[in-house]
Design a protein around this ligand. Structure first.
Ligand code: GLN
Length: 205
């Protein structure tokens, strides 16, 4: 059976475990290198990216996480998890570390004070109907590298007019979203990730 871990240092771990379980995979909390080594895929949850990175360093997980991504482990990062996967952060805390691997520049807390948190439909490439996007002090993707596929954008009103911002991307086995797909009972984004994990397991076994 496919085993998918959720990095369980801080953030909305339980909701991701619930979504994955609903999709019929074995979902486990990951707090130690040995637990990380036993999963076929990993979710980096939303929460606070600075706290998660600091705890990962304290628990001796940061280097194993980087190595796992380098070795091709499929990873879904949502919100803070997207920040943790990014190679480059704008508006990060001083000295903020990431796991990295995803060739994007992410702006932290990007939507600004007035739209700190908001909800709305998000059209995701590969899904036939929009998902309900829940954005909570969310990042957006400001720039993507060549190998990165943009899966979703949202329109944001700015003093310079309405701009399109990237809120979901994929690069090989890495998937990242600015919003919180674990909230509610629509598990289609997790479904995309489970498909990615299953494909990767089949290719490498
Ligand atoms: N603003 C948070 C951060 O920097 C992310 C918010 C979230 O995950 N809901 O990590």
């Amino acid at each position: 059976m496919t085993v998918i871990g959720v990095l369980a240092l801080q953030g909305d771990v339980r909701e991701h475990l619930r979504a994955l379980t609903a999709l019929g995979v074995e979902a486990v909390a990951v707090r130690r290198p040995a637990e990380l080594a036993a999963v076929d895929g990993l979710v980096l949850p939303g929460g606070e990216s600075t706290t998660i990175a600091r705890l990962a360093r304290t628990f001796d997980l940061l280097e194993p996480l980087r190595a796992a991504v380098r070795d091709g482990l499929p990873v879904l990062g949502t919100c803070a998890g997207m920040i943790l996967l990014a190679d480059r952060i704008l508006d990060g805390a001083a000295g903020q570390e990431t796991i990295g691997g995803l060739d994007v520049t992410v702006r932290r807390n990007a939507f600004g004070r007035q739209t700190d948190s908001f909800e709305g439909p998000v059209t995701v490439r590969g899904l036939d109907a929009p998902v309900h996007g829940v954005f909570i002090r969310a990042p957006w993707v400001e720039a993507v590298g060549k190998g990165v596929e943009v899966l979703a954008r949202v329109e944001v009103a700015t003093p310079h007019g309405v701009l399109d911002r990237i809120v979901m991307v994929r690069q090989g086995p890495l998937l990242a979203a600015s919003f919180h797909p674990e909230v509610g009972d629509d598990h289609r984004v997790h479904g995309l990730f489970v498909d990615l994990v299953t494909q990767t397991v089949t290719q490498t076994s």
